[in-house]
Design a protein around this ligand. Structure first.
Ligand SMILES: [Zn+2]
Length: 398
């Protein structure tokens, strides 16, 4: 599709500029303002640009709300939503982006932030192309979320009424332009506090109740019962992990070899394409802890106190191939001579929540690579393809 009026140099300039503005998760004010500036320069009226109040509902300190921009349609049609996230992982702090051939790289001491500044730039590029070339398009809302990297909060806590009745969403937060993320697992988090009883480990070990031993036996039991790591059961599949095994206040479980450990804290997660099965995996851990509790007793028969809790973190979703947004993306990719690859993600995305809010959301890629590492880079060829895909998604007739 050579007739997409993409100015590659201008698109790369936007990306370079946004990569150079620090904005780690929770601190999105400056990048939000940089995007506002860029939008005004390309002719978006100030009255069309606003921040919502999502940060007042996010349970973590957050500088600003989601940035939302309404672009009136130049032809009638149902409203489209384009989304991405403003924040980067903390490893991106101080990133110094630099071009190296077909890539943008960091100096090797930080991550880069192409996740998801490629998306941020892409949304601005699409708006610029639509406005500059007066391309026919339906009404469009741009959504730049906050705190994606620390719990999908901007998308989770937003008020769906702010999305202007959009019927579908194109979320930009992926790697290859060919990859269409049409679904993702859901996640359940679990944690357990084990309160045992301290006793001198040399003089009277039988009077103690080892919290560490309860934890160890429980984890061994959870693994034995098939709930650890890759989980495949007749009624579902998923994954789980034990992330933290420690004590109070980020200290170790126990602090001396001669004391029976009286407290341990363990935290983990469970993921599955079906939320009921993610819950079931967490239930498996719960039962394992109950069993281990009964096994570890003091000489008088007392057992530890085990407080297990589990909470849904984000819901899973999956779009059918005949969903309008999937059809639209497939059609656009074919016009670019790119064979679509349908992807089901093993991690949550803003798309999980946008879909939950009633807007079927596909996630496309625009060149981010090796994300969350100091080797992160942007693949400019993929970024360019992503920009073209974005313009087609915005302008296609149904
Ligand atoms: Zn991302």
């Amino acid at each position: 599709m050579s007739n997409i009026p993409l100015d590659v140099a201008a698109a790369e300039e936007h990306l370079m500029r946004f990569l150079s503005v620090e904005g780690v998760t929770g601190q999105e004010k400056n990048i939000g303002l940089a995007v506002c500036d860029a939008l005004k320069k390309i002719g978006v009226p100030e009255s069309a640009i606003r921040f919502d109040d999502v940060h007042t509902r996010i349970p973590l300190p957050t500088e600003t709300g989601n940035l939302i921009v309404d672009i009136p349609g130049t032809r009638p049609g149902p409203r489209l939503l384009f989304s991405t996230h403003l924040d980067t992982v903390p490893l991106c702090a101080g990133a110094k982006p630099r071009r190296e051939g077909d890539r943008i790289v960091s100096d090797g001491t930080t991550a880069l932030g192409g996740d998801a500044r490629t998306g941020v730039a892409l949304l601005v590029v699409v708006a610029e192309i639509l406005i500059k070339n007066k391309l026919p398009h339906p009404p469009i809302t741009l959504l730049f979320t906050v705190r994606e990297e620390s719990g999908l909060h901007g998308a989770r806590e937003l008020d769906p009424a702010n999305l202007g009745g959009a019927v579908m969403c194109i979320n930009v937060d992926g790697q290859m332009a060919s990859d269409l993320i049409i679904g993702a697992v859901g996640q359940e988090n679990w944690e357990v506090e084990i309160t045992g009883r301290a006793s001198h480990a040399g003089v009277a070990p039988e009077k103690g109740i080892s919290a560490t031993m309860v934890g160890a036996l429980a984890l061994a039991e959870a693994r034995r019962a098939g709930w650890f790591g890759k989980v495949v059961k007749p009624d579902g599949r998923g994954t789980s992990n034990v992330g933290i095994f420690g004590g109070k206040d980020n200290k170790p479980a126990g602090d001396a070899t001669n004391v029976v450990t009286d407290y341990a804290y363990i935290k983990g997660e469970a993921r599955s394409p079906e939320s009921v099965f993610a819950t079931k995996i967490a239930d498996g851990y719960s039962q394992a802890f109950a069993k281990a509790k009964a096994e570890v007793t003091a000489d008088n028969g007392d057992t530890a106190e085990v407080k297990f809790s589990q909470i849904a973190s984000y819901p899973p979703f999956e779009l059918g191939k005949d969903t309008p947004v999937v059809k639209r993306a497939t059609k656009a990719l074919k016009m670019l001579d790119i064979e679509p690859v349908f992807v089901f993600s093993n991690g949550g995305l803003d798309a999980n929540w946008l879909d939950k809010h009633g807007v079927p959301t596909i996630t496309i890629g625009a060149g981010q690579a090796e994300i969350h590492t100091i080797k992160e880079y942007v693949n400019l060829k993929e970024y360019e393809k992503g920009c073209r895909l974005g313009v087609l998604m915005a302008t296609l007739e149904d």
